[in-house]
Ligand binder design. Structure first.
Ligand code: NCD
Length: 358
């Protein structure tokens, strides 16, 4: 078993994501993540296990007795939500997931209210949190910070798991989990996710949800990916490289109407202008063709779906909101259940919840 205590940070840092993966898994060797840092940790069997567990948890939670059982399973644990970037859904759904499992939570939502503002290092902050909590759920503008902190904690006297709730422009693994869960649920009675076409549209260069989801979709058979964006915001080479290596069919496009007409799912994203190098840089890009309006809706297949990680600006017209194919509201709720499944699995509870009497 590869362990983070057996490797220096400088050696670990140099590994590819595939090589890093075994160091982040649970020690019982069944492949479930211990630290959840990037989408490359999830293969199809783990994804299916998590989706099944999420379904099981949402079923158990329907009765008061079931909900009280779930509230007991991790009542002896505490989680720290450490969010140094804005968040509504990811913060709240992790919080709600913890509440479902009976986990007590603490939070920092603004680095300006923590001692980091006084110059404390991330390492010292994380060590501080680990003194009081049993898990850290963190969002940060810094790529790779969650990885570094996982190594630090695993090499400390209080090793506790880290869950990456968004790292810079790089990864958002739990969003990708909820997106896959939504796709699986949407197509489960219509022949499944294999063989489908997923269209990504918007700021594909800086949107971390697209990077993570694009990877997760490579676990399914013949899922074609179409990337629709202005050329300045097209998906980066490393994403295309992974698709090439995996033999996944993909297309680069600037025509949302054409892509929508062949799509099973259209995944819209907002322009991520918080990453602009110069103020107003994104505003100069013509994004007018990259909006999902009533016209696109009329081109979408009858059982196609519209997704969005949210928050949205104007990239999906509100005329779509009441269409049964608009899946963005359901994505939010699915996020709470799949995060509860992930957290329960992180604490080794998959089997006991799957086999409980409720
Ligand atoms: C996304 C994010 O933070 O990357 N939001 C989310 O977590 N649902 C997408 C975005 O901010 O555009």
């Amino acid at each position: 078993m590869a362990k983070l205590t057996d490797i220096s940070w400088s050696d670990f840092e140099k590994l590819s994501l595939e090589e890093k993966k075994p160091y982040l898994s649970q020690s019982d060797g069944d492949g479930m993540p211990y630290h959840t840092l990037f989408a490359q940790q999830f293969d199809r069997s783990i994804l299916e296990r998590l989706c099944n567990l999420a379904n099981r948890i949402r079923f158990i939670n329907k009765s008061k007795e079931g909900a009280l059982y779930l509230k007991s399973v991790l009542a002896h644990k505490r989680a720290m939500l450490y969010f140094s970037q804005p968040s509504s859904r990811t913060f709240l759904s992790h919080l709600a997931a913890c509440q479902i499992l009976g986990i007590t939570t603490g939070s920092v939502r603004d680095a300006a209210t923590s001692s980091e503002f006084k110059g404390e290092s991330h390492e010292d902050s994380i060590r501080t949190f680990s003194s009081y909590f049993d898990m850290i759920i963190m969002r940060s503008p810094e790529r790779g910070l969650a990885e570094k902190m996982s190594w630090e904690l695993s090499n400390s006297s209080r090793p506790i798991p880290i869950l990456n709730a968004g790292s810079g422009k790089d990864q958002h693994p739990t969003q990708a989990l909820l997106d896959v869960y939504t796709l699986i649920r949407s197509f489960e009675e219509k022949g499944g996710l294999d063989g489908r076409t997923v269209v990504f549209c918007g700021d594909l260069l800086r949107g971390r949800t697209v990077r993570s989801l694009s990877y997760l979709l490579t676990n399914f058979s013949n899922v074609k990916q179409i990337f629709v964006a202005p050329k300045e915001l097209q998906v980066s080479d490393d994403v295309m490289q992974i698709l090439k290596e995996k033999g996944v069919e993909y297309e680069i496009s600037d025509n949302l109407k054409e892509a929508t007409s062949v799509a099973d799912a259209v995944y819209m994203t907002r322009i991520q202008d918080e990453w602009d190098n110069a103020k107003g840089e994104s505003a100069k890009i013509d994004t007018s063709k990259f909006k999902f309006t009533g016209e696109e809706l009329s081109l979408l297949k009858p059982d196609g779906i519209i997704m969005h990680p949210l928050p949205r600006r104007d990239e999906i017209s509100t005329v779509c909101d009441h269409d049964p194919r608009a899946m963005y509201w359901r994505q939010m709720r699915n996020g709470m259940w799949i995060r509860a499944a992930l957290i329960a699995s992180t604490f080794g509870l998959e089997k006991s919840i799957m086999n409980c009497g409720y």
